[in-house]
Design a protein around this ligand. Structure first.
Ligand code: NAI
Length: 708
């Protein structure tokens, strides 16, 4: 045994401590060492029982995810996994009390359930979280959990991957006692109470497994829910099947079913994609030229300028993180509207049971409305979220430059404008950065952090760290029109509109992409965001359009008729009073007429072509973005698309998806589009090069550091 697992004793009680910082990941070596400790406890007659506990801030946060990738890539042969260890613990003749604090997730919870008793600190969170990685528990979790908590709860936990807290775990029988004080001392005390008793084996406890009549509707409901809420994913169904096996088969046979389903999931593209995103989410924090020890500016207070859609949401984000925030607007009615929306949003969260009224009252106290810049001199950071227009933004930044203290961060929430030009309105461009939140800001996890050419490393490092504190995933991007997300989205939506002009209905386009897994089709998304937004931008940038290059026409015509989308009751679709989209034959006919007038030949378009045109448009532009160093890695683009644009996580993001399809295949299709539709489809040089070299986006590392 080495330092990873220690065996000590408190008189006749053995203490097995897992010490694999930071989160006690259950690596194969840790498992081997636990097995050795259990063996010693068994053979030492002076020991009556054991307490198994985690050192540091948590019990076991899960199995080693790196091991999973090694198995699927063929680098490691999967041995028997954890099953033999768990059986060894369960078969020990002396009681094993598992003492849990912090997190017991995935393999950690499976290990805990093999113990004879569980005690948990009241701060504990427990969950079979595997489904979030596209897999299911693989060490008996789907067989032991229903035996402890019953079918309904086990199905929910395994299929949805949700966490439960210690109080709920006690209620459902997953833990036997809650502990407030010293977990180890209380764990040992508990072990003394039960020592001498025959240790109960979880796998032999069948009293909560229910009857077929009782269980069938539960499984049916769970499958229906998975169809609706986890559209396109296979792991939730595998998890439900595995729990169902627990109700029909003896434990060992149930484990065999689980193992088979586990392997099917593990080797699926879905699980590989989700594991890619798991690591990608950690990778985004690494910025080659902004080292880890870059000094951080403490952010204890903030101010937001503009209390509109975005400003209000951003103020909530700061308040939710416990940071006091000033919220400024230009006039009283706008400020009142902003505050009203904030209150409504909080109210609906209370109604849905997400937060308590007390939580909301505390947050609201942190949001201080104002019409002046009087208190701006005291804050550590300002986020500007006024109307999108360069002249106004520059005016606001010049004002901020006058009133803000030295060292304060001056951030803009602009979605398209040039950060350097905004920064030029100040005497301290090194303090200026883009923090591009997504709508609704208090819900969406993505935060694009835009590096200007003068932005200091301290300001970048602070914003990256702050994103975590705000519950966001910060991704550093370069300064160009639309940054990463919107720049790519522009190409995606362009193709969607072209497809409609060529003969597909808006419904057909949206349906094909929704079937692909997008949260919402591109045209419905346009209706939601407001078609007038893009229309205004197009008008502003018309002078940049290349003559002879095809431009979408029908979207602008809809706007000319006042069809801006949901907010005017009609856009590509019409909307009822509940803002439900209804296909609109009138719009479809108009669009058809305009397209024919514009000389666009009409034809039938397959859903396959719809998906390829829209998704490969993302991929091709994404390749340019990586090559230009606007994104650091292909994985960063994937994180942006999954967290900000509703790209299906189980496909890993657009760049990962392209790698999965095969870059050669993607490239060849893009070449066909190039021949057919002209220069907008010119293959990105990086894509061409990777195909020539037989490489993937995942293998390509940009030589530049970030950009600006
Ligand atoms: P909005 O129109 O809802 O809100 C803008 C607010 O700024 C209004 O309340 C207005 O009264 C206020 N304002 C205007 N001039 C001001 C001044 N001089 N001082 C103080 N307040 C002033 O606009 P929205 O949608 O919140 O957009 C704000 C910014 O966020 C824009 O730059 C936009 O491009 C960007 N953005 C918008 C997203 C969206 O989905 N709406 C998504 C991401 C970024």
């Amino acid at each position: 045994m080495d330092d990873l697992v220690q065996l000590t004793r408190d008189n006749e009680i053995a203490i097995i401590t897992i010490n694999n910082p930071p989160v006690n990941v259950l690596s194969p070596t840790v498992a081997q060492n636990i097995a050795k400790a259990i063996e010693r406890v068994g053979s030492d007659d002076s020991l009556n029982a054991a307490v198994l506990i985690g050192a540091g801030r948590t019990f076991i946060a899960g199995a080693d995810i790196k091991e999973l990738s090694k198995i699927t890539s063929g680098k490691t042969q999967r041995r028997e996994g954890l099953l033999p260890l768990l059986r060894q613990i369960e078969d020990l003749k002396k009681p094993v009390v598992v003492a849990i604090h912090g997190n017991a997730f995935g393999g950690g919870l499976e290990l805990a359930m093999a113990g004879h008793y569980r005690v948990a600190h009241s701060n504990t969170q427990l969950g079979q979280t595997e489904v979030k990685l596209g897999i299911i528990p693989g060490a008996g979790g789907t067989q032991r959990l229903p035996r402890l908590v019953g079918i309904a709860k086990a199905v929910e936990m395994c299929a949805e991957g949700n966490l439960i807290n210690a109080q709920e775990a006690l209620k459902f029988g997953l833990v036997d006692r809650l502990i407030e004080g010293d977990l180890l001392a209380e764990g040992v005390r508990f072990a003394r109470e039960v020592s001498g008793k025959t240790p109960p084996k979880t796998r032999e406890r069948n009293e909560k497994l229910g009857t077929p009549e009782h269980n069938e509707p539960l499984f049916a409901a769970a499958r229906e829910k998975a169809c609706a809420k986890q559209r396109g994913m296979m792991a939730p169904f595998a998890a439900i099947d595995a729990v169902e096996a627990a109700t029909r088969l003896p434990f060992d046979e149930g484990c065999e079913v689980e193992k088979k389903l586990f392997r099917e999931c593990l080797f699926s593209d879905q699980s590989k994609a989700l594991i890619h995103l798991f690591f990608g989410e950690r990778e985004v924090a690494k910025i080659p030229d902004v080292p880890k020890d870059t000094p951080i500016i403490p952010i204890n207070s903030a101010a937001v300028v503009g209390a509109g859609t975005m400003g209000g949401g951003i103020a909530m984000v700061f308040a939710n993180a416990g940071i006091a925030v000033l919220l400024k607007d230009a006039d009283q009615p706008a400020l009142d509207r902003g505050l009203d929306t904030i209150r409504k949003n909080y109210h609906s969260s209370v109604k849905r049971g997400r937060v308590t009224q007390q939580f909301v009252d505390e947050r609201l106290k942190l949001i201080q409305p104002t019409l002046t810049y009087d208190d701006f001199g005291k804050v550590d950071m300002v986020i500007e979220a006024v109307f999108e227009g360069m002249a106004l933004k520059k005016e606001v930044f010049a004002q901020l430059d006058r009133v803000c203290q030295k060292g304060a961060i001056l951030a803009s929430n602009t979605s398209t404008l040039n950060i350097d030009e905004i920064a030029s309105a100040t005497s301290r461009p090194e303090a200026v950065i883009g923090t591009h939140f997504f709508s609704p800001a208090n819900v969406m996890r993505l935060l694009e952090i835009v590096r200007g050419k003068w932005t200091s490393k301290e300001v970048i490092a602070t914003c990256m760290q702050l994103s975590k504190k705000l519950g966001k995933i910060g991704v550093l991007v370069g300064n160009c029109r639309g940054f990463v997300g919107n720049r790519m989205f522009h190409h995606y939506v362009r193709e969607a509109v072209f497809l409609v002009e060529e003969g597909a209905t808006p419904q057909a386009v949206d349906q094909a992409l929704s079937d692909f897994g997008m949260a919402l089709g591109p045209l419905a998304t346009g209706d939601l965001a407001g078609l007038d937004v893009g229309w205004r931008i197009r008008k502003e940038y018309r002078h940049l359009e290349k003559p002879g290059v095809r431009q979408p026409v029908v979207g602008d015509r809809l706007c000319e008729l006042g069809r801006y989308g949901q907010k005017t009751g009609a856009g590509w679709y019409k909307y009822d009073e509940n803002r439900r989209a209804i296909p609109d034959p009138e719009a479809n006919e108009l669009v058809r007429k305009w397209a024919i007038e514009a000389g666009i030949p009409q034809r039938h378009i397959s859903s396959e072509e719809i998906v390829e045109r829209c998704i490969y448009a993302l991929v091709n532009e994404g390749a340019r973005i990586i090559e230009e160093g606007i994104a650091l890695r292909a994985g960063d683009i994937d994180i942006i698309y999954v967290n900000g644009y509703g790209f299906p996580a189980y496909r890993g993001g657009p760049m990962w998806y392209a790698d999965t399809v095969g870059l050669k295949k993607v490239y060849e299709r893009i070449c066909e589009f190039h021949r057919e539709f002209g220069e907008l489809w010119e293959p990105a040089p990086l894509l061409t090069r990777l195909v020539e070299e037989g490489k993937t986006f995942g293998e390509f590392t940009s030589v530049q550091t970030v950009m600006a």
